[in-house]
Design a protein around this ligand. Structure first.
Ligand code: S3P
Length: 434
């Protein structure tokens, strides 16, 4: 795709946006439905490249997926023990969630499966999942000392054994992989998190009739005979997609946006807490439940922001939002200090490096740290138009677009990657800026 040129917007952003379905919940809806034995009707599914990678993998494992429209599917599984040996290599594309969760689901199976993915996914660390699964008795073989794609799962000699695993990093993907393996393992499988990460796997397992035990930061699961699938799963809107508008509305004078149907699961709302601390004008309306997840309509109006500091304890609640929070901090008065964010270096790209290399071209005010960022924000910061590279990372591309409309414009190289999580992003942006 050609470069995308985004102009500075002269007026405030005003209007109502319907936020597309949550990526994390969409993945899990298809994965767990494929383990049920009755059809599940999934609505507000996110038809993004990552979630379609999950659909492709589950189809290769024998699940029947009827696509009624882009956002509405019916998944018919073959039961908890009904996954079939895939005839092809399983391609997770750019999706760490697809790969890591599916390694957990496939480790206990009695057939061989091999995973691949795109060049970004080949660079990302998979030892964090291979290690605990191996401790459960699974056999996985990966490149680079069993840490990287391509990865093959070989049937274990005997059933996997439950373990107690203290996770060194707070990661919902690692936690979910272990819990999914635990569905099939003998005894109790317990994961202990250093900080609480998103709990969509736990909530969805519960809506499939699985009883989990919680104690402090530990979650335990027992092997199941079957999953009792719900007839319907409703995917809430994705707060990680709403994040771009929460920041745009906060930093562009005159803005007043209503973001409809946003998931407000407290394991995901770190960005709202941080923006409120910075002085943002954000209110929640019409709070309700959508399936097993809480949602609200969120109103955001322009406000003068000031700097803040935050670190490791809140990180899992806003890890994907750091690029766009950085944009907010560039417009906020004072120095914002972000620590405990080393995980950013192993996302779709090294996001600490991407942020400092590219955002600084638009306004030089960011210092990269080994595990964080310092942003010298100011009203009098000088913004200029520049050509910036997305590194083919969806959240970097969308954050650059918000920096561009609020600053002095931007030309984004490799802009098409928004398809990974937010296919309609540029259309919604253009409609708002008209
Ligand atoms: C996700 C978990 C997070 C997040 C990713 C989606 C998930 O990754 O960054 O975009 O759906 O479980 P980690 O588990 O690596 O922190």
């Amino acid at each position: 795709m050609a470069n995308k040129t985004i102009e500075h917007v002269e007026k405030g952003l005003r209007g109502t946006l319907v936020i597309p379905g949550d990526k994390s919940v969409s993945h899990r809806s298809v994965m767990l439905s494929a383990l049920g034995d009755t059809p599940v009707h999934i609505t507000n599914f996110l038809p993004s490249a990552d979630c379609l990678s999950t659909v492709g993998v589950m189809q290769a494992l024998g699940a029947k997926v009827d696509i009624h429209s882009e956002t509405e599917l019916t998944v018919q599984g073959n039961g908890l023990h009904g996954l079939q040996e895939p005839e092809t290599i399983l391609d997770a594309g750019n999706s760490g969630t697809t790969l890591r969760l599916m390694m957990g689901m496939l480790a206990p199976q009695k057939f061989v499966s091999t995973f691949t993915g795109d060049s970004s996914l080949h660079k990302r660390p998979m030892g964090r999942v291979i290690k605990p699964l191996t401790a459960m008795g699974a056999k996985l073989a990966g490149r680079a000392g069993n840490t990287k794609l391509p990865i093959t799962v070989i049937p274990a000699d005997k059933p996997l054994q439950g373990i107690t695993y203290e996770m060194p990093v707070a990661s919902a993907q690692v936690k979910s992989a272990i819990l999914l393996a635990g569905l099939f393992a003998q005894g109790t499988t317990t994961v202990v998190e250093p900080y609480k990460s998103r709990n969509h796997t736990e909530l969805m397992l519960e809506s499939f009739g699985v009883k989990l035990d919680y104690k402090d930061n530990a979650i335990s699961i027992q092997a199941q005979d079957k999953l009792t699938a719900p007839e319907e799963l409703i995917v809430p809107g994705d707060i990680s997609s709403a994040a771009f508008w929460l920041v745009a509305g906060s930093i562009i004078p005159g803005s007043d946006l209503l973001l409809q149907n946003v998931g407000i699961n407290e394991t995901r709302t770190g960005i709202i807490d941080v923006l409120l601390t910075m002085g943002a004008d954000i209110t929640m309306e019409n709070q309700r439940n959508s399936g097993s997840e809480p949602v609200a309509d969120i109103r955001v109006r322009y406000a003068k922001l000031h700097s803040t500091s935050f670190g490791a304890d809140i990180m899992p609640r806003l890890i994907d939002e750091i690029p766009v929070i950085t944009v907010a901090a560039m417009f906020a008065e004072g120095d914002t200090v972000i620590t405990g964010a080393g995980e950013l270096r192993v996302k779709e790209t090294d996001r600490i490096q991407a942020i400092s290399d590219q955002f600084n071209k638009l306004c030089p005010c960011i210092e990269a740290q080994p595990e964080g960022l310092v942003i010298h924000g100011s009203d009098s910061n000088k913004w200029q138009q520049a050509k910036c590279f997305s590194y083919d990372d969806h959240r970097i591309a969308m954050s650059l677009a918000i920096a561009g409309i609020a600053g002095a414009g931007v030309e984004i190289e490799e802009p098409d990657c928004v398809r990974i999580s937010y296919p309609d992003f540029y259309q919604q942006l253009e409609a708002l800026c008209k």
